[in-house]
Design a protein around this ligand. Sequence first.
Ligand SMILES: CC1=C(CCC(=O)O)c2cc3nc(cc4[nH]c(cc5[nH]c(cc1n2)c(C)c5CCC(=O)O)c(CCC(=O)O)c4C)C(CCC(=O)O)=C3C
Ligand SMILES: [Fe+2]
Length: 343
Amino acid sequence: MAYDAVVLVSFGGPERPEDVMPFLQNVTRGRGVPPERLAEVAEHYLHFGGVSPINQQCRELLAAIREDFAANGVDLPVYWGNRNWDPMLADTVAQLRDDGVTHALAFVTSAYGGYSSCRQYQEDIAAARAAVGPDAPVIEKLRQFWDHPGFVEPHVDAVQAALGQLDPARRDTTRLVFTAHSVPTSMAANAGPHGGRYEAQLRETARLVAAAAAPDLPYDLVWQSRSGPPQVPWLEPDVNDHLGTLAGQGVTGVVVSPIGFVSDHLEVIWDLDTEARQTAKQYGLDFVRAGTPGTDPRFVAMVRELVRERTEPDGVRLRRRLGELPFWDTCPTVCCVPARRPA
Ligand SMILES: CC1=C(CCC(=O)O)c2cc3nc(cc4[nH]c(cc5[nH]c(cc1n2)c(C)c5CCC(=O)O)c(CCC(=O)O)c4C)C(CCC(=O)O)=C3C
Ligand SMILES: [Fe+2]
């Protein structure tokens, strides 16, 4: 297949206070998030002047990908569009069409399977193409990359750097705490072609990062940023509750590594750097938050490698991965389908 462009597809975030509410309405449209939760999350954004860092992080990633492509002979233009805020995907797809692009590859800033992490991106790409009309380019999502060395290795280095900030005399009572965005348990159950893949992939990434960064330390995978109405069950334990449990077990310090994410966006700088740090302080735990891949050159090179897997003849042989979980390049139609809401 001949491709003629790459699109960076991300979540999007507001960059001024007056955009916070319209952004939150875009994110939660039809998703049953109670208004109290929205008001609370709006406060998190307003705490940072209404500016989410995610768009700037995408601009930096976009620039880094373009540089990497130029330096390595990948002659494809790179575009950027978001699911929930400007630049909106539909505008980007219209630009692709105007530029004569017919067949693009999409790199999505989420490493895992599942509805929120994968299928929803594909649905929004499809909706953007439908909005543009019959001459919209075909857009194929690149594969999930939870166990790609370009994603795992920056997390490993970040965990090691974070450990270096804790008192070595207390290493015996230090714990690695990996976090990812919680999702409803029904969504977790339906993730991937045979279910359960969001959590299974995260457990594999946690295992790989822990084994390379600090094989002597125990670790856990816990959840953050729970949303939705309280009566709907989501993955647990929440990171804040877990810090209390650890303190009760004699743990003295934690490295919190957000392996669920690729950059230090709002869910990281608020939910971890502000809230979880405060929780740790209450329990007397030392707390260091490990970084995310961001524009680490290995992560940027991974994007090129994923593209080459699709553009080179027999590109599958180029596939690099550290884990053992089953794997697919293109999602089956019946994959991560949300559980039906009661009428
Ligand atoms: C799995 C997952 C990822 C990781 C995969 C990926 O990276 O895509 C992720 C990322 C992100 N989530 C983000 C922001 C939000 N997520 C929300 C709500 C929700 N997230 C969910 C799941 C996930 N979310 C779910 C199941 C909901 C409930 C509503 C629904 O069923 O869809 C809400 C609504 C308010 C609230 O209730 O929290 C906001 C504002 C931002 C941007 C941060 C910034 O601005 O810097 C990012 C990167
Ligand atoms: Fe989210």
